[in-house]
Every structure is written in structure tokens, then in C-alpha cells.
Design a protein. Structure first.
Length: 426
């Protein structure tokens, strides 16, 4: 019978000392040599007739490694099941030597979730700000809609570039007489006065006319990722001058952008949407306060592997968002090692949040029924305009369904805690 001893190495780490009896070791070694004998090709011997002593001479180290791997694989998972250990990391294995007829010993060190004793999680005092949507907020949103539906038209009535115009240019850049990375582009659109290319660059285009060419001398800002402080000369050609024409804010505009009978109804919808956004923002702020108080009031160690996993998620998410804009980390002058360090504190807080809420949900008997998960899948399908079967199929891959269930459980637990909190207004 396999012998298993468990040693606690702090609140988040355990070492399993596992001893496999000699008779099992002998059996596995014999089995490994039988399998090898059937496929080994050694000159002077027919397949399946190679003496074990010869096989040992040629394949002894290989067989030892194979048997050690088999013994560990066969006993490790049974050991953590028997001892009710739920690792959150891959095991670090330290094994002894393998000798036929003798017991084989090895240790497996794993990280586990800490046993948290959450205290004072009900009746937390939170401060809520008053929801405010001013008339100016509605007007600002309306102007954003107006700008969104504006059109760019070619300037015909005048020749020179003015501030606020959009110009389409070709440019080539040279530093110390040589091109540099990203130094040239054709049909580049630039809004004059925005400072969106290099500070002060677009101002030097004012009064130029279509087909004009000009050399523009620039010094890159000190925080530029690749050209900090360097001087460059840009050869610029004006290909087209455009100006923005915004639609008039009237009833026709309201009808054109949606199913609104007039401008008054559009403004009412904008106010309603802004009020919902404000309510959601207030809710997020309250949840942030609640989580911070829970973390401050409950001190415990966190498995390093869980923090690293959360950092991995943050980094991957950053890369995906940059990729959606056609960028990579190097394009924005960020090294992955620096990014991982920057995410350290946020990852630690996120892991602590998850562990605390998981513990509270267990203490309070909060759970997520299958029908709640099904309803959430329907909501996702409606929001993303996808077939619910396709959405379910996506979440059934890997651990996504369990991740979704865990996210819903956190939401339910936060709802429970919010209802049990004391909320005062600023």
C-alpha cells in the first residue's frame, strides 16, 4: 500500500511525502522491460527474444526514467485525492533513486488556497455619492453624437490649410540623413491643431495649399519610445484638405440617427442612458469600497502561483486590446517584464478578492444553479447577437463554463454583502 505523509509548509504550501512499496516498483520495472522487449531492435536477437540483461545495458537509464514517471503519475493524483488536497499550482517533484525490490520515495510540493477566517463582513459602512446628470452632460453627449455623424468634405472655396482642417499627406522622415522606423507613410490623415502626430508638427502645415511640399524640422519629445530627444526632418506633401461639416441639431437629426420623433425625445433618451451609466458607476464605486474594506480587515497569505496566473491574464488582456488596434507592446514602448511588475499590486488584490468572496459564499450557502448559468448564456447571446448554442459551445471549451459560474457566484456574493452594508450619502 502506498504510504502518504503530508507536511504543512505555511498556510499556502504543502509537501506530500509518498512511498511506493518495493513490490509495486518490481512489477512496474518488469512490465516496462516486457513492453520494451517487443519493440527493441538489437543486432543478433529476434524481436521479443532480447534478454533483459542486454536491454538493461542499452536502455537501463531510459527504463528507470519511464518507470519513475509512471509511479509518480499513478500515485500523485491518488495521493491528493486521498488527502483532500486541492493544488492551485503544478507540483514540484523531488524524487529519490529507483531500485528494484526497494521502496521508491519522492516528494511533491504544491501551493494551496489558504484557509481564510473572514471576519466582520456584514454591516460594512460605505459612502455613496449622489447620482447627478446635469443639463450640460446631456448637451455634451448630444455634441458627441453630432460630431460622430459629421462628414468630411473637400475644401473648394479656399486654398490654404486652417486650424481644425483635416489634411491628407504623404511624408518621409529622416534623422541624421537616414530614414528611421515608422518614418514614412502615404495618405496619412491629420487634424490640424490636434497635436496627434508630434506636438507642433501640424501647426507648421497652416497656410499650405494642395500639392505644396515642405520640409518640417522637428525634435521628438523626451518620452517618445524610440526617438526620444532626437531631431528629424520630414518632407511633407499636402494631397488634400478637408473640413468637417456637422449636421444641424434639430428634429430631423433625431429622426436620422434613430427611432426618435423629435430632438426632445432624443435628449430624454440621452439623459436616461447617462443616468443608467451613473448608477452603474456608483455601484462599481461602492463595490470597490466594500472589497477594499474586506481586504484591509482580513490579512492572509496568497499563493504565488495564483498571483502569477492573474498577472498572466492582465498581460494577455493588454496584448489583445493592443492587437485590436494593430499594435504590440514594443509599439507603445513597453517591456513585458515592466508590465508584469506594474500589474503586481492589482493582481494581488484581485486574487485576495476572489478568495474572500469564495469563502463568504461558502459560509453563507450562496450558490449558482444551472438555470442561472443558462439564463446568463442567453443574455450573452442577445448582447453579442450570436446563437445561444454557439455561445454555450464556446463556454464549454476548457474551464470557461466554470469561470462563468465563478463570476456569477462573485456577483451574487457582492449583492448579498451590499444588502448587508450600511450606506450613507456624501
Amino acid at each position: 500500500m502506498v504510504k502518504i505523509d503530508v507536511e504543512d509548509l505555511g498556510s499556502t504550501k504543502k509537501r506530500l511525502q509518498i512511498e511506493v512499496p518495493g513490490e509495486i516498483v518490481t512489477r512496474e520495472i518488469a512490465s516496462a522491460y516486457r513492453k520494451l522487449s517487443k519493440k527493441a531492435r538489437i543486432k543478433g536477437f529476434r524481436p521479443g527474444k532480447v534478454p533483459r540483461a542486454i536491454l538493461q545495458r542499452y536502455y537501463g537509464d531510459y527504463i528507470n526514467n519511464e518507470v519513475i514517471g509512471t509511479l509518480i503519475n499513478d500515485t500523485y493524483f491518488q495521493a491528493i485525492s486521498d488527502k483532500d488536497i486541492k493544488p492551485v499550482s503544478q507540483p514540484t517533484i523531488d524524487n529519490g533513486t529507483l531500485e528494484e525490490g526497494k521502496a521508491f520515495e519522492y516528494s511533491a510540493t504544491v501551493e494551496v488556497k489558504p484557509d481564510i477566517h473572514v471576519k466582520d463582513y456584514l454591516g460594512l459602512k460605505l459612502q455613496e455619492r449622489q447620482a447627478k446628470v446635469a443639463k450640460e452632460d446631456v448637451e455634451r453627449k448630444l455634441r458627441e453624437l453630432q460630431d460622430l455623424h459629421a462628414q468630411l468634405v473637400t475644401v473648394e472655396e479656399r486654398k490654404g490649410v486652417r486650424e481644425g482642417d483635416f489634411v491628407i499627406i504623404d511624408y518621409e522622415g529622416f534623422s541624421e540623413g537616414k530614414p528611421f522606423e515608422g518614418s514614412s507613410e502615404k495618405d496619412f490623415m491629420l487634424r490640424v491643431g490636434s497635436g496627434g502626430f508630434l506636438p507642433g508638427f501640424d501647426e507648421k502645415l497652416i497656410d499650405l495649399q494642395r500639392d505644396d511640399e515642405k520640409e518640417v524640422e522637428m525634435t521628438f519629445p523626451d518620452d517618445h519610445p524610440t526617438m526620444a530627444g532626437r531631431q528629424a526632418v520630414f518632407r511633407v506633401r499636402i494631397k488634400e484638405i478637408k473640413k468637417k461639416i456637422v449636421p444641424k441639431l434639430d428634429d430631423e437629426f433625431a429622426k436620422d440617427i434613430g427611432e426618435y420623433k423629435d430632438l426632445k425625445e432624443l435628449k430624454a433618451r440621452i439623459r436616461e442612458d447617462l443616468e443608467k451609466e451613473e448608477e452603474e458607476s456608483i455601484r462599481r464605486d461602492l463595490e470597490k469600497q466594500l472589497i477594499e474594506k474586506l481586504i484591509e480587515g482580513n490579512s492572509f497569505d496568497v499563493p504565488r502561483s495564483m498571483v502569477e496566473g492573474q498577472i498572466d491574464y492582465f498581460v494577455a488582456d493588454t496584448k489583445i486590446r493592443l492587437a485590436s488596434q494593430g499594435l504590440a507592446l514594443k509599439d507603445v514602448g513597453v517591456e513585458e517584464a515592466k508590465l508584469r511588475k506594474d500589474f503586481e499590486e492589482a493582481a494581488l488584490k484581485r486574487v485576495k478578492q476572489g478568495l474572500i468572496l469564495e469563502k463568504i459564499s461558502a459560509l453563507e450557502g450562496i450558490s449558482v444553479k444551472d438555470e442561472v448559468v443558462t439564463e446568463r448564456l442567453r443574455e450573452i447571446s442577445l448582447r453579442t447577437n450570436q446563437n445561444v448554442g454557439k455561445v454555450r459551445e464556446y463556454y464549454q471549451k476548457g474551464d470557461r463554463m466554470e469561470e462563468l459560474r465563478a463570476r456569477i457566484l462573485e456577483e451574487k456574493t457582492l449583492d448579498f454583502l451590499m444588502k448587508g452594508s450600511t450606506i450613507t450619502f456624501d
